[in-house]
Design a protein around this ligand. Structure first.
Ligand SMILES: [Zn+2]
Length: 96
């Protein structure tokens, strides 16, 4: 994602990464909390597809959007028997 520069009324400058369709004109300053305007600058488009930039993006993303395991782990050992047929008459057959 391209990197954009922002500057707040008190003069703080910071950078933030957004997709080109979702970049806001105003963003809250992380230092003073005022609305910071986006500055006209050159987004780092030439590096956007490189492996280094993908690594930087994923590292930044993992700081505030870590991958969270939401499902239970698969059971270890013997699992429930796999059903091979949907015929209800086969349910009455003896189990191996
Ligand atoms: Zn500020």
């Amino acid at each position: 994602m391209p990197l954009y520069e922002f500057r707040c009324p008190t003069g703080d400058q910071f950078e933030a990464s957004f997709s080109m369709s979702q970049v806001p004109q105003l963003l809250d300053c992380p230092d003073c909390g005022q609305k910071a305007r986006r500055r006209i600058g050159t987004p780092r488009l030439s590096l956007a597809g490189s492996a280094e930039f993908k690594l930087i993006d994923s590292t930044k993303r993992s700081a505030h959007e870590p991958n969270v395991v939401s499902n239970k782990l698969p059971p270890t050992g013997r699992s429930s028997p796999t059903r091979y047929t949907g015929n209800p008459l086969h349910q009455k057959l003896p189990r191996p």
